[in-house]
Write a protein of this length. Structure first.
Length: 502
């Protein structure tokens, strides 16, 4: 039997597929476990080509008036909407999430594009008339030049759009280095952006691993890098990028807690926790893998209801319309999750539901992990301290509100947190005191809407600017402030002390 050639996924440099790769990464179908394509793993030479194209196009793009730049965003939004189904199916086929969830991934990125359609308004500067005699002061935001984005596997549409929409709308060229595990949707977004009227070279995609990331971090022509991924790599990217003189924002991992107060609407809390812990197989940085019931009685009620709901979960292939979640992204990741479950057992937590050894008929080689539930997890356990990033929910019992508040506050990660309660005062106190960047009050996954901004605290984010919203506009621009005087004639005396307006 003749072997069929495997599909190759190339860089998108200038206006289309490019590059002469010598190294490749496998792209799997997580449902079957089979290799479905191979992606080029590039390096310096590919990046140099992309930079040259970006340098050629960026000055004219920056000089294009903001309303015309926004028109490309409007058209891009329309094209994404037209291609939603196909994009979602492509995304699901490489990531493993179910198709409806993949639509949510695209939708949340699209919403950032929508906000960027209003870019002219967001770029208006500040102006002070008469700051001194005959003196006016104004400040404006100008693009940085060329920006780069390095993105994780778990949101291959949303996170690239968080970055490139504000970067490009504000007048920069952008080079995206997406995850090598699901690279096809980023390529497709790049093609659609060209179709929307963007000039060639404005948005480009280079594929690769550490070699390409290092080339980006060291390249003198790249002014700013936005990274999202795991914390150790985020810290590495942040340090190396800053050492090279770049502006860097680097979002990392998470371990989000859901506090359940005794007065919570228990059915609602259970529904929310189940969706937020097991949706997308737990591969979300805003998942809720830790439930913190307050008081033994609350814990027992919660546990009983969670067990009942877990029993109803349907794990299936990505295109199964009735499945709540699909396979995880790789065999390696499946093994890592199962290892963490074993660690939890070894550390003395009670494994109430064991999702290991799950097998789907007809898809025995797929990367499936059944839902797992732990009870009596304690803060000393490494399985609690570390991110598992799989369909594993841990119950950590707290005696009272203060103890519950302390758990997310002291945790090394501080991305998201939620509290379920009917008590407004408790919720308000919690939101004020907890040391976490994004808080949900009876909302399980508090990803801020696209006109606010996204960012965690502690080891969940390095750098000081959030993603998207006005924070995104600030990250991708630099401020220039002009102090002007139009004298009515006659030269004055020289001034040797610092000018003041008084
Ligand atoms: P990852 O850190 O393995 O990869 C992220 C990016 O870094 C990829 O583009 C990858 O190619 C690159 N990379 C991998 N190893 C590298 C190395 N040694 N040197 C340089 N670059 C390297 O993350 P992932 O597994 O793709 O994604 C899951 C992680 O991302 C989880 O920790 C999750 O919490 C986190 N995440 C965080 C957020 C957030 O906003 N805080 C959002 C989504 C995902």
């Amino acid at each position: 039997m003749m072997a069929t050639a495997i599909r190759e996924i190339a860089h998108q440099i200038v206006g289309g597929p490019a590059g002469t790769a010598t190294r490749f990464g496998n792209v799997f179908d997580p449902n079957t476990g089979a290799i479905q394509a191979r992606v080029a793993l590039g390096g310096q030479a590919d990046l140099d080509r992309a930079i040259a194209a970006a340098q050629k196009v960026q000055p004219a793009w920056a000089a294009t008036n903001p309303q015309r730049r926004a028109r490309v965003m409007f058209k891009f939004k329309e094209l994404i909407e037209q291609n939603m189904q196909a994009l979602a199916e492509l995304l699901a086929s490489e990531h493993g999430k179910v198709v409806d969830d993949a639509k949510g991934d695209i939708q949340r990125g699209l919403e950032v594009v929508e906000v960027c359609c209003g870019l002219p308004h967001m770029l208006k500067g500040d102006y002070t008339e008469g700051a001194g005699p005959g003196i006016d002061v104004y400040s404006m935001r100008q693009p940085l030049g060329i920006g780069a984005g390095i993105t994780p596997f778990n949101f291959p549409a949303m996170i690239p759009m968080w970055m490139f929409a504000p970067a490009i709308a504000t007048g920069n060229a952008f080079i995206l280095k997406p995850s090598e595990r699901d690279p096809s949707v980023p390529n497709r977004l790049c093609e659609l952006f060209l179709e929307a009227g963007a000039p060639e070279g404005l948005l480009q995609v280079v594929h690769g691993d550490k070699e390409m990331v290092d080339a980006i971090l060291d390249h003198p022509a790249i002014a700013a890098v936005s990274f999202v991924g795991s914390s150790d790599i985020a810290h590495y990217v942040y340090s190396r990028g800053v050492a090279a003189g770049k502006r860097v924002q680097a979002m990392g991992g998470a371990k989000n807690h859901g506090i359940v107060m005794p007065d919570a609407d228990m059915d609602q809390a259970v529904n929310d926790l189940i969706g937020a812990a097991y949706g997308s197989a737990g591969e979300r940085c805003m998942a809720l893998p830790v439930a913190v019931p307050v008081g033994e009685e609350t814990a027992d009620r919660l546990r009983e209801k969670l067990v009942a709901e877990i029993g109803k979960l349907r794990v299936g292939i990505s295109t199964d319309k009735d499945a709540q979640y699909g396979p995880v992204v790789s065999a390696q990741h499946k093994a890592k999750i199962e290892q963490w479950i074993q660690t939890g057992v070894d550390e003395g937590a009670e494994l109430v539901v064991d999702g290991r050894g799950f097998s789907l008929q007809g898809y025995e080689k797929g990367f499936f992990v059944g839902p797992s539930l732990f009870d009596h997890v304690t803060p000393e356990m490494s399985a609690y301290k570390e991110e598992i990033f799989g369909p594993v929910l841990q119950i950590v019992r707290a005696k009272n509100f203060e103890e519950a508040l302390e758990l997310p506050t002291k945790h090394q990660y501080g991305n998201g947190v939620a509290i379920f309660t009917r008590n407004g005062h408790a919720a308000r106190e919690f939101a004020k005191r907890v040391q976490v960047g994004m808080v949900g009050i009876n909302v399980p996954i508090p990803v801020p809407v696209s006109y606010h901004s996204f960012g965690g605290w502690k080891r969940s984010a390095f750098g000081d600017t959030n993603q998207y919203g006005m924070e995104g506009i600030r990250f991708w621009t630099k401020v220039k402030t002009v102090t002007q005087r139009w004298p009515d004639g006659g030269a004055g005396d020289s001034a040797f002390i610092i000018p003041t307006m008084g």
